[in-house]
Design a protein around this ligand. Sequence first.
Ligand code: PGA
Length: 252
Amino acid sequence: MRKNIVAGNWKMNTTLQEGVGLAKDVNEALSKVNAACDVIICVPFTHLAPVNAVINPAKLGLGAENCADHKSGAYTGEVSASMVASTGASYVILGHSERRQYYGETAETLKEKVALALENNLTPIFCIGEVLEQRENGTYLEVVKAQIEDALFNLSAEDFSKLILAYEPVWAIGTGKTATDDQAQEMHAFIRGVIADKYGKEVADNTSILYGGSCKPSNARALFAKPDVDGGLIGGASLDAESFMGIVEAFN
Ligand code: PGA
């Protein structure tokens, strides 16, 4: 059966020293509780190896926030999936709306990134979600369906089963405006149906689908109580160990 997961997305926050401190705090807090979900932190590239050195991998997973769409070579400033894997990380966020919006990521580049992540045994946390206009004009379901079809439906069922999905309505990211638990459930159930139509019910039932967008300790419990919401991808609230743990504990 699918896993419950709480994953932090630190984005472009914390110096190396602050990041290592935050990772230590989360690690320490996790050593004192029996978390009822998998817990992951996704951190800037510069922080991966030093954070990996201070966490207990049995309790806390580590991921990057992106990787390159090429294997290696003359791509100045890029960081490849194999480089990410060589730090000890096991996950990589791909297709975050900020990457799509500010760095022009398309379904084509995302296909390459997903393939390279999987080749390097990284688990992609693949993000999808509509913008406000699409929510308001009622096209949000078809928009998200197309994002999944265009970037992921070239995968075999075996490879698709390795993914974690994250539904992140763009209008809820960093805005303090959370989707209601019913809005999240509607979309998550829809996504599971899209997966079932392509790969069958078993693959769909085994896929973890996280919610992201202004998730915090005060709303996490209601969101995670929905049958198709399998956890959260947490931005702002993951930058403070106490609030991140408050979300982790929403599963207890
Ligand atoms: P937020 O970000 O929790 O700060 O809204 C979520 C995300 O972008 O992953």
